[in-house]
Design a protein around this ligand. Structure first.
Ligand code: FE2
Length: 210
């Protein structure tokens, strides 16, 4: 399908392959920031349900909300198993920007563009999740990788249903999805960069205190 082909994660590929998943400081930061933005998943889907004029879509948002329910707590428990503490990880501005913009888009443009945010995360999980899961499991054990594991398994089917939904949108709506996909991708890259910076700063302060 033409529009799906426009949803490319290529710009992230090189950057993703260089991320230090074996560093517990980096993985901790990633889990903490993941906890913050996934805490908004069900609220954003509820927001979509409120702003949509499409009854079928409202039902899908309701179902998706049920699936996402409690996922932020999985990230939090992975963080705890890793020995991390959410109180030591503030929400980065890049993380806030990532989800906050979605509320604004839904409020001003309705529910349709939100599929770009959803598809960005689902394609990321489908295409890069398995490799990241392997790296994380090897370094920290799979008991600290439940969030990754669940999303690799679930998001394969989710991409299929999201692609079908996208096909039912008008050309204008599909363009808005692509636009939001690219916006979300840029924001997500900034989140990852901030996690790298967090890990660097912590490593330096750990080295100084030795
Ligand atoms: Fe989820």
């Amino acid at each position: 399908m033409e529009t799906m082909k426009k949803l490319s994660l290529n710009v992230l590929e090189e950057f993703l392959s260089g991320l230090p998943w074996e560093s517990s400081n980096f993985y901790e930061a990633w889990l903490a920031q993941t906890y913050y933005y996934t805490s908004h998943s069900t609220r954003l889907l509820e927001f979509c349900g409120f702003y949509t004029k499409d009854k079928g879509a409202a039902e899908r948002y309701r179902e998706h909300r049920e699936e996402e329910h409690g996922h932020e707590r999985i990230a939090l428990s992975d963080l705890k198993r890793l020995g991390g503490d959410i109180a030591l990880h503030g929400e980065h501005l890049s993380t806030r920007k990532f989800y906050w913009q979605q509320y604004e888009i839904i409020r001003h443009q309705g529910d349709r563009p939100f599929l770009g945010y959803v598809l960005m995360l689902e394609l990321l999980a489908r295409d890069y999740g398995p490799g990241i899961f392997e790296e994380v499991s090897a370094a920290h054990g799979d008991r600290c990788a439940n969030f990754l594991k669940i999303h690799i398994e679930e998001d394969i089917d989710h991409v299929e249903s999201a692609a079908q939904l996208l096909q039912s949108f008008s050309a204008e709506e599909q363009a808005a999805v692509v636009d939001n996909f690219n916006w979300s991708l840029d924001c997500y890259r900034a989140i990852l960069k901030d996690c790298v910076s967090f890990a660097d700063v912590r490593r330096e302060s750990e080295a100084e205190s030795v």
